[in-house]
Ligand binder design. Structure first.
Ligand code: NAD
Ligand code: ZN
Length: 410
């Protein structure tokens, strides 16, 4: 029997208070309104951004939004659509995305940008764009949304500009990591705090992402087959950048990290060699230049450290080298490099969400996975049933593994 147009009662993991374990309980999910879709979530996973907002660190201290349903990485199937929705329909397989694509604003109309004016990530919005109200409630009391996705619920309501329609053959328990994808360290979340509380950077908040690292390599640095790539920072984002280098058939992938414990896990990700800047008594850019006969073809900075940003730029070859910044710095950071590095034809760029337009481009990345050109399974290290969602939080807080898959039907 169709549930379209009706309130659905289902299980959701509700964050009632900052830092308190989520409570899995029955909630009401209202039907989707104009330009909205209601999605049955099959798999979701946890990212540091969820933990950060659950701890309330990323929230405005005067107005923390609770109760709230967190979650933004997921895969699901459309249950019903609201007025005006033509791009997706009942039964479509979709990935909800924390940042959207309205297809009408100057950013969406520009081929170069993915930073939609209407649907760019917004951590402070707790209701839907259409009327500011929530679609979730419990005994008539509203429950706030998170990033417009709130995927820790069997059903959720999302703006149609925040769902990427994908190949229905794609396994949702794997490709759902593309909807955000990778855990993020404390440096990044501190930045989120700065950016969301201090209005100056209101629109510059980032969520972590496999696609940020992967896209930084394949969309922005674009190494040629046989080229050399240096990856600074071997957290999940850096590992995704290395996966991009592997897909581009780079012949050398050099991993750089201050923490040697990161090298072991990284071996599965195609690195050909590792460098710890602490093992050398000269700047790491000089070490890399010596290793590579003048510098690498591309470098991807995935640390958030300005020191690494400078090294990443100065270690690329003159004449053609491209460095891409992915790491999010602290608010007052700045760095210095000699302008001659630019005059010598080195390029420095930066990226948000790997330059992917969420709706237009993610289906193609899913196809890459289906054709076995892109590996995702190695990023998924744990799995728990929905009722044990708090265990996924424990893994994350203990820094265990890369990604924990949460199975909604288990
Ligand atoms: P992480 O904390 O897991 O990994 C960062 C790694 O960098 C750590 O292993 C650390 O030891 C290493 N590191 C720190 N300083 C270094 C230095 N000077 N030289 C070499 N290594 C150094 O973080 P993550 O989740 O992989 O995220 C990485 C960065 O990417 C963060 O800054 C995050 O905010 C950013 N990010 C950006 C986007 C975007 O769209 N631009 C999206 C997601 C994440
Ligand atoms: Zn737009």
């Amino acid at each position: 029997m169709s549930t379209a147009g009706q309130v659905i009662r289902c299980k959701a993991a509700v964050a009632w208070e900052a830092g308190k374990p989520l409570s899995v309980e029955e909630v009401e999910v209202a039907p989707p309104q104009k330009n909205e879709v209601r999605v049955k979530i099959h798999f979701t996973s946890l990212c540091h951004t969820d933990v950060y907002f659950w701890e309330a660190k990323g929230q405005n201290p005067l107005f923390p939004l609770f109760p709230r349903i967190l979650g933004h990485e997921a895969g699901g199937v459309v249950e019903s659509v609201g007025e005006g929705v033509t791009d997706v329909q009942l039964g479509d397989h979709v990935l909800p995305i924390f940042t959207g694509e309205c297809k009408e604003c100057p950013h969406c109309l520009s081929e170069a940008s993915n930073m939609c004016d209407l649907l760019r990530i917004n951590t402070e919005r707790g209701g839907m764009l259409h009327d500011g109200k929530t679609r979730f409630s419990k005994d008539g009391k509203p429950i706030y949304h998170f990033l417009g996705t709130s995927t820790f619920s069997e059903y959720t309501v999302v703006h149609v500009g925040q769902v990427a329609k994908i190949n229905p053959e794609a396994p949702l328990d794997k490709v759902c990591v593309l909807s955000c994808g990778m855990s993020t360290g404390p440096d990044f979340t501190t930045t989120l705090l700065f950016f969301s509380i201090l209005d100056t950077y209101e629109h510059m908040t980032y969520s972590s992402s496999l696609l940020a690292g992967f896209g930084a390599t394949v969309n922005v640095a674009k190494p040629k087959k046989g080229g050399s790539v240096a990856v600074f920072g071997l957290g999940a984002v850096g590992l995704a950048a290395a996966e991009g280098a592997r897909v581009c058939e780079a012949s050398r992938i050099i991993g750089i990290d201050l923490n040697p414990n990161r090298f072991e896990e990284a071996k599965k990700f195609g690195f050909t060699e590792f460098v710890n800047p602490k093992d050398h008594n000269k700047p790491v850019q000089e070490v890399i230049a010596e290793m590579t006969g003048g510098g690498v073809d591309c470098s991807i900075e995935c640390t958030g450290s300005t020191q690494a940003m400078v090294s990443a730029f100065e270690c690329v070859h003159d004449g053609w080298g491209v460095a891409v910044l992915v790491g999010v710095p602290s608010r007052d950071d700045s760095f210095k490099t000699h302008p001659i590095n630019f005059l010598n034809e080195r390029t420095l760029r930066g990226t948000f969400f790997g330059n992917y337009k969420p709706l237009s481009d993610i289906p193609g990345v899913v196809e890459k996975y289906m054709k076995k050109e892109l590996e995702l399974d190695k990023f998924i290290t744990h799995s728990v049933p929905f009722l044990d969602i708090n265990k996924a939080f424990e893994y994350m807080l203990q820094g265990e593994g890369l990604r924990c898959m949460i199975r909604m039907d288990a």
